[in-house]
Ligand binder design. Structure first.
Ligand SMILES: [Zn+2]
Length: 95
């Protein structure tokens, strides 16, 4: 089950009145994971699907990969932060 869930404008504003949502540029209509309304807000959030009233089901398309690339990490835990710098390039002293 996907941890990326769509949210309509109303539900975003109700839950995050002081934050700007991450929006898709060309969103498809989705069912809001909170109220069940159809929405083209393009807002996706990381949510536990078990906590959603209308959890979004995974699609055939690789949307999750795209969403993972634009959405911020889930608050708090970030176990595999991508910080493996290129060690090889640093130690290269020969021509
Ligand atoms: Zn909603």
């Amino acid at each position: 089950m996907s941890w990326n869930q769509p949210l309509c404008d109303n539900c975003w504003n109700a839950e995050q009145p002081n934050r700007k949502p991450f929006r898709l540029i060309a969103p498809d209509p989705e069912q809001c994971s909170n109220c069940g309304e159809s929405t083209t807000s393009g807002i996706w959030v990381r949510l536990d699907p078990k906590s959603c009233k209308f959890p979004h089901k995974d699609r055939e398309r690789a949307d999750d990969d795209y969403l993972d690339s634009i959405l911020p990490e889930h608050d708090g835990t970030d176990p595999d932060a991508d910080d493996n710098m290129d060690e090889e390039d640093k130690g290269r002293t020969y021509e």
